[in-house]
Design a protein around this ligand. Sequence first.
Ligand code: DX5
Ligand code: ZN
Length: 222
Amino acid sequence: MKKILLAPSILSANFCKLGKEVRQVLQFGADIIHFDVMDNHYVPNITFGPLVLESLRNNNIVHPIEVHLMVHPVTKILIKNFIDVGATTIIVHPETTYDLNNIINFIKSFGCKVGLALSPNIEINYLYPFLDIIDIVLVMSVMPGFGGQKFLLEIFQKISCIRKLLNEQKNTILLEVDGGVTLQNVKKIVTVGADIVVLGTSLFGTNDYQKTLKNFKKILFI
Ligand code: DX5
Ligand code: ZN
């Protein structure tokens, strides 16, 4: 049975004690920190940038940090700034650049992993030209912009289509699902094909992270 990875989204963390919160969820068994970057342009919200990631790294956070860029346009300067301070994966939305191939190769040239994120209204065929070079497909199961939304049920079908597509490839692309993942729906999300699940409100909205992560792991046999 494949190992499912848990990726807490710090969008729902308490920013007053961000370092502590991140350390806790990692200590309690999370695998990856999911870092949601919003620009009030691609989405109607603003979050945080490279300086915040840098301060996590300066506080002994050594685990993988994946940067989910919800910005338009996505630029090489911004990407490089995140890589310089320790991002291990950069995830971009295909429709946020005119030269996706160039952006993907730029990310890879630093030895950083690269992911493509599909918003609910974006079709799977954006992925086709890049299946040989990307590391992650991130399927959004809410409209990007805010934590705490409800999982869009129609996305189950999209996840299973992408799972099928990835199984046909001779590579190891991981399928990540982002938005509205809960203790109630996580089993089904993984059964239809997820390798990584993002946990925002369903983790940071609880008052016992250890217990919540334990419950997710119990359901997923990890
Ligand atoms: C939404 C973000 C998600 C979100 C997940 O734009 O990309 O990562 O924060 O949070 P929940 O799990 O609360 O939907
Ligand atoms: Zn995200």
